[in-house]
Structures are given as structure tokens and as C-alpha cells.
Ligand binder design. Structure first.
Ligand code: GDP
Ligand code: GDP
Length: 461
């Protein structure tokens, strides 16, 4: 997702106005669809040369007064959990209220990185409130006017160092993981990125038109009992919805909503593929929805292949299972076809579902979590090297032109998806078939079904 900024604050301080200013018109995907829960809005933001994801906790005005504080607390806590930094908005005209104080306490206790923003500071009227805001004990407020676009330079000055630092940190981890492979296993283990506790699993539901994506997403959201509340029916212009699915936070990228919009523009085929591509890039787990009445057609295979090439974990959901009469034979056939047509995803979970009846939803959830787990898997270097020695002894690499290739050492350099480096005496001479042999062996012996596996050969070491 990249750097994520949450906009928090009590109702009416101007959160939506700031959100819209940061995101611009690019999020004008309005889709009134009753029954869709929506609480956190998310968009791709731009501020001068900074690019980041912005999430907005607006939309609380519908809540009754007595529940407002509790709901605001809950939403804010979730936003803090997702974000790298919070823009805490106060109203420079209204001054600091008890609700502002309560939120400030909450942010402080959560240990959130906060930039205090005094909004509506255009003209003279805002200066008093801006000074008041110092009293919150969250540092110097940035005075802005979201409506008039003032103070954006100052906001940039405060955000840019945080974005830069985060990017540098991310790059450092990557560089260390990809190139600086050493024998110091402990140090490496700490540097590798693992699953992110408390962060939602990011899911894209993709597939060709009419496979049943919208129905399935609505079914998933329908199971989101925790957050189904008074907001249901709110205009949905988000590109993702965060849910709590059986105790597991997940964020579902809703390409169906975008596509429905596209249908109006009669560019359905083209746009649905483009939306699919975009969703795949956002996602950690791609749920490929295929229609049981015409499974694994050309378009399904293309999307699956794309997901694999992008390095995403994949789950195949064969939908409309309620229509199938010969269920047991059909299930066998489907698994066989999947293995044959998509060998690169060998072992990926295939679940039989019906978005219409809700059948198979628990299995789908389990499959998503299992695929996510494999995608995050991490294998200790010592085990890999023992394994490599065994494989090489049993099936040595060929000796092209009489030159023996030595495979000396192996380590896992990356997770999400798992990536390995094998050091070889003449890496360029190792045939592709032998590389595949190693990948298949890793999959089998370390229980890594369904996830893309990267294996690089290097010289040296
Ligand atoms: P939210 O509830 O925090 O999302 O607040 P909104 O973005 O809906 O804004 C609440 C009200 O404040 C609206 O009437 C906005 O037009 C107004 N508002 C937002 N930003 C500014 C600003 O910079 N200056 C002034 N004067 N009004 C603003
Ligand atoms: P999308 O284009 O992939 O979002 O597909 P939709 O969710 O709009 O569904 C396309 C059509 O398939 C609609 O007529 C749905 O009612 C139907 N449909 C979706 N899921 C199921 C299912 O599980 N069983 C059956 N029988 N029909 C379904």
C-alpha cells in the first residue's frame, strides 16, 4: 500500500474536504448501493511530488449523539492501526472542544505518529483556534484551509520527511534482503519483512464479468456483522472496504463497483481487465472467481497468470456451485483442470462456493488465510542448505560441456512471496529445467502450495 496517512478528527472539522483535496477528482466513483457497509474511505493522494494512500474516518454524522464518541474511538483506533501517520484535524474557528481533547488522548495513548492540523484557518478568524491547538500537547499545529487550499506547502514540509524516511527504510530492507546475503542468519531473520500483525489482509476479488464477484463481495460484507451498522447504505465511493471477517481484519478491493461504473460507459471488457490489474497490484491475496458453468476460460487464465507474475497469493473460488448437479465428479474434474491449466499455481486452494446461497464461505475464508500464511512463509537457512545438499546429491545439475556446476549455498532472501537465492559456481549454465526442479522441490518439501516461488541463481559465495 505504500505510505498511509489517516485523517482523523471529530465531525465537521473538514476531514472530507481535506480528503477530497488530497485525492482530487480521481475518486469520483459514486455508486449508490444499499446494503454495502462503508466506514473508512480510502484514496490515492498526491501532494506535490509525494504519493501516498489517504484514509478518511468521516461519515460519523449519522450516528446518534450518545454513540458518537464510542464509534469515533473505534474508527480512529482502526485508522491508527492502518496508518503510518495521522493528520489530526481540529477546527481553528470553533476552537478546541471536549471531543478534540478525548481524541488527542486516544492518539497519544495509541502511540500514533500525529501531525496536528488546524483547519479552516483562512483569514483572521482562524488564528485564535490555531494557538489553542498547542494546548493539546501534540506539537505545533499546521494551519491550513482545506477548502481554499491554503497551508498545503506547510503540510508538505511536515509530511515529506516521514514519507522519505519510510521509503528509505523499505528500500534498506529490500536491498539487504535481495543482495546482501550473508551467512549471518540471525541478522537476516530480523531484517526480513514478515506478516504484519494487526494489519488487514488485502484481498482483491477478480474474475471476468458475470462470474459473480459483486454477489460474492456482498456476501462477504454481509458476514461482517461487527461493522454492519447505521452507515449501511451510505454512498459508496471507496475503492476498498475494510471488514472483520470472523475476527480477521481484511481489506477487500472492490473492483466490481468500479466495473459497474464502467458498464455505464460501455467500455466493459477493456476496463474490467484494467481494473483487475490494478486490484491485483494492491492485493496480497487474489481471489479469482470463476463461473462453474464455464470454468477456466481464456480470461480466467490470463488473470491467474498475471496474479502469479505479480507475486500474489492466489485462491480460486469456483462460484455458482449451487447450480451444479453432479457435484462430486465435477469437483474432481475442476481440480484436474486447474492443475493442468495453471501449473504455476500448483496446489493453490480451490474452493467451491455460492455467493448466492453463502455456501462455502467458511472454506473461502480459511483458504485465504492459508494462502496468506504460505505467502509469508520463512524457512531457516540451515534447513534450506541441508535440503539443497540432499537434492544436489540425488540429482546433480548437468555438466554442460563437461563443466561441473556447483551449488554451494542457499538462503531465503524474501517473503511475500517466498524468494530464494542459490549461489552457484557458474549460475548462467544452470538450465531452466533444473531451476524448476528446485522450485518444485521447495514447494513439495517445505509445504508451499499455491504461492509463487522466486528462485534466483547467483555467482560468488
Ligand atoms: P468532516 O465531517 O470532518 O468530514 O467535515 P467536512 O469536510 O464535511 O466539512 C465540514 C464543514 O466545514 C463543511 O461545511 C465544509 O465546507 C467546511 N470546511 C471544510 N474545510 C474548511 C475550511 O478550510 N474553511 C472553512 N471556512 N470551512 C471549511
Ligand atoms: P460480476 O459481474 O462478476 O460482479 O457478477 P455478478 O455478481 O453481478 O453476478 C452475475 C450474475 O450471476 C447475476 O445474475 C448473479 O445473480 C448471478 N450469480 C452470482 N453468484 C451466483 C451464485 O453463486 N449462484 C448463482 N446461481 N448465480 C449467481
Amino acid at each position: 500500500m505504500g505510505f498511509t496517512v489517516a485523517i482523523v478528527g471529530r465531525p465537521n472539522v473538514g476531514k472530507s474536504t481535506l480528503f477530497n483535496r488530497l485525492v482530487g477528482k480521481r475518486l469520483a466513483l459514486v455508486d449508490d448501493q444499499p446494503g454495502v457497509t462503508r466506514d473508512l474511505r480510502e484514496g490515492a493522494a498526491r501532494l506535490a511530488d509525494l504519493r501516498f494512500t489517504v484514509i478518511d474516518t468521516a461519515g460519523l454524522e449519522d450516528a446518534t449523539d450518545d454513540s458518537l464518541q464510542g464509534r469515533m474511538r473505534r474508527l480512529t483506533e482502526r485508522a491508527v492501526g492502518l496508518a503510518d501517520v495521522c493528520l489530526f484535524l481540529v477546527d481553528a474557528r470553533a476552537g478546541i472542544t471536549a471531543l478534540d481533547q478525548a481524541l488527542a488522548d486516544l492518539l497519544r495513548r495509541a502511540g500514533a505518529e500525529v501531525i496536528l492540523v488546524a483547519n479552516k484557518a483562512e483569514g483572521q478568524a482562524g488564528s485564535g483556534g490555531t494557538w489553542d491547538a498547542f494546548g493539546l500537547g501534540l506539537g505545533e499545529p499546521v494551519a491550513v484551509s482545506a477548502e481554499h487550499g491554503e497551508g498545503m506547502q506547510e503540510l508538505y514540509t511536515r509530511l515529506a520527511p516521514l514519507v522519505d524516511a519510510a521509503e528509505e527504510a523499505a528500500q534498506a530492507v529490500q536491498v539487504e534482503a535481495e543482495t546482501d546475503v550473508t551467512l549471518d542468519e540471525d541478522a537476516q531473520d530480523e531484517a526480513r519483512p514478515g506478516p504484519r500483525p494487526g494489519k488487514p489482509v488485502q484481498i482483491a476479488v477478480v474474475g471476468r464479468p458475470n462470474a459473480g464477484k459483486s454477489t460474492l463481495i456482498n456476501r462477504i460484507l454481509g458476514e461482517d456483522r461487527l461493522l454492519t451498522g447505521p452507515e449501511a447504505g451510505i454512498t459508496r465511493d471507496s475503492i476498498s472496504v475494510e471488514i472483520d471477517w470472523g475476527g480477521q481484519p481484511m481489506r477487500v478491493f472492490d473492483t466490481a463497483g468500479m466495473r459497474k461504473k464502467a458498464r455505464v460507459q460501455e467500455k466493459l471488457e477493456k476496463l474490467s481487465v484494467a481494473d483487475g490489474l490494478r486490484a491485483v497490484k494492491f492485493a496480497e491475496v487474489v481471489v479469482l472467481v470463476v463461473d462453474v458453468t464455464s470454468p477456466f476460460d481464456q480470461q480466467d487464465l490470463r488473470i491467474a497468470d498475471l496474479a502469479e507474475r505479480e507475486g500474489r497469493a492466489v485462491v480460486v473460488a469456483v462460484n455458482k456451485w449451487d447450480l451444479e448437479t453432479d457435484k462430486s465428479n465435477r469437483a474432481r474434474e475442476l481440480r484436474e483442470a486447474f492443475g493442468r491449466l495453471l501449473p504455476q499455481l500448483s496446489g493453490a486452494p480451490l474452493v467451491l462456493v455460492s455467493g448466492l446461497t453463502g455456501q462455502g464461505m467458511d472454506k473461502l475464508r480459511e483458504a485465504i488465510l492459508s494462502a496468506y500464511g504460505v505467502w509469508n512463509a520463512r524457512i531457516p537457512t540451515a534447513r534450506l542448505n541441508t535440503w539443497l545438499a540432499g537434492e544436489v546429491a540425488a540429482h546433480p545439475p548437468p555438466a554442460p560441456g563437461g563443466r561441473r556446476i556447483k551449488l554451494r549455498y542457499m538462503t531465503q532472501a524474501k517473503t511475500r512471496p517466498p524468494g530464494f537465492v542459490v549461489f552457484a559456481s557458474i549460475p548462467e549454465a544452470v538450465p531452466e529445467a533444473y531451476r524448476r526442479f528446485l522450485v518444485n522441490g521447495l514447494r513439495r518439501d517445505f509445504d508451499l502450495p499455491g504461492t509463487p516461488i522466486r528462485l534466483h541463481l547467483r555467482g560468488g559465495a
